[in-house]
Design a protein around this ligand. Structure first.
Ligand SMILES: *Cc1c(COP(=O)(O)O)cnc(C)c1O
Length: 361
């Protein structure tokens, strides 16, 4: 089976992690600082604050901006559940806006429809590694005095208008093993606002300001030096790994020709980093998406559905009162999408094999 995802870990990561273990300083030490410094420099922001995972990054970003009970946050339902859950964690209400039918990213027109007097923030997701329409969403934020949170968990190194995502609003990244770079588990928040950064540092470490001096209610959401050491090496390779993903995607773009299979749409002013390469299976194929998935699996081509349901139709969200019909476009798209392997470890033979299987040759 060609796996749908596979982290690229070499001797550099192994050696750096072992060095940390041997050094005796393995919790939050110099490696965490170094990693935060290189990540903020890479993303083009003043500060980056590492945390234990991407979910927590979103949660702390919202909390640091003071979002809580009585507030509404507009987001996309076509994402991993963590995006919406982070809104619930801080006591606010998620409000779902439908997606653009070409990019599958949050639709600015739909966002406008969902804004009320209680709206405080927008969380956009750079889905599959492609920036959402930052220009329009930023305009909406400015017009309505809203905070912009970028869920960039799938988009390390992606760009909008030549600038890295995560540098426009408060950026939230994940380093889970399937993402474009990994630290095992891990996350980071990027910002130019030193006040927000300081609040996040307090929230992630028991509200501690100076040794055993706790000035607010905080959590333990720290990254370890072992993770940071791995992250430092992964970041050095990120551009190269993303280039490989982009070349793989280009190969699929050129060679997948089967009828009824719609390839990814890429907006003109973005740099897509293909966290996922996602096909849409239309009726012309004579197959449902699930039948197509079974076919791929039977041929040894790993695949996955990102995502089979809009977040609000997950059992837990239904219990909160959300119902079918809320966002018709996402409900249709969720039945048709399927992700195929695009990760940087794919060989030329594997790429060719995947295309042959899809084209039915
Ligand atoms: C992976 C992911 C997250 C959560 O990150 P974790 O590190 O797994 O907690 C959040 N949002 C999106 C869009 C993701 O893909």
């Amino acid at each position: 089976m060609i796996p749908i995802a596979s982290p690229l870990i070499n001797t550099e990561e192994v050696n750096r992690a072992v060095e940390v273990l041997r050094s005796g300083i393995i919790a939050m030490g110099s490696k965490v600082k170094e990693f935060e410094g290189s990540f903020s420099k890479y993303t083009g922001v003043r500060t980056a604050i590492s945390v234990s995972n991407g979910t927590v990054a979103l949660w702390l970003a919202l909390e640091a901006h003071g979002i809580g009970q009585g507030d509404e946050v507009v987001t996309t339902p076509f994402t991993f559940i963590a995006t919406a859950n982070s809104i619930l964690f801080c006591g606010a209400k998620p409000v779902f806006a439908d997606i653009d039918e070409r990019t599958y990213n949050i639709s600015p027109e739909e966002v406008v429809e969902k804004i009320t007097s209680k709206t405080r923030a927008i969380i956009g997701v750079h889905l599959y590694g492609q920036s959402f329409d930052l220009k329009s969403i930023i305009e909406i934020c400015e017009d309505n005095n809203l905070i912009l949170i970028e869920d960039a968990a799938q988009a390390h190194g992606a760009e909008f208008d030549g600038r890295k995502v995560g540098s426009f609003g408060t950026g939230c990244f994940s380093f889970y093993p399937t993402k474009n770079m990994t630290t095992g588990e891990g996350g980071i928040i990027t910002t130019d606002d030193e006040r927000i950064a300081e609040k996040i540092r307090l929230l992630r470490n028991h509200g501690e300001q100076g040794k055993y001096n706790h000035v607010m209610l905080g959590y333990n959401m720290r990254m370890t030096d072992i993770q940071a050491a791995i992250g430092i090496e992964q970041l050095k390779k990120l551009d190269e790994m993303n280039e490989k993903r982009r070349r793989n995607a280009e190969y699929f773009d050129r060679n997948i020709k089967a009828k009824g299979i719609v390839k990814p749409f890429v907006d003109g002013n973005v740099k897509h980093v293909y966290h996922q390469y996602v096909l849409r299976i239309e009726d012309e194929t004579g197959m449902t998406r699930d039948e197509f998935a079974e076919y791929l699996t039977s041929k040894g081509v790993g695949n996955a559905v990102h995502y089979p349901l809009p977040v609000y139709l997950q059992p837990f969200y239904r219990k909160l009162g959300f119902e079918k019909g809320l966002c018709p476009i996402v409900e249709e798209i969720a039945r048709k999408v399927i992700s195929i392997p695009v990760h940087p470890k794919l060989s030329e033979e594997e790429l060719k094999y995947i295309v042959d299987v899809i084209n039915g040759d």
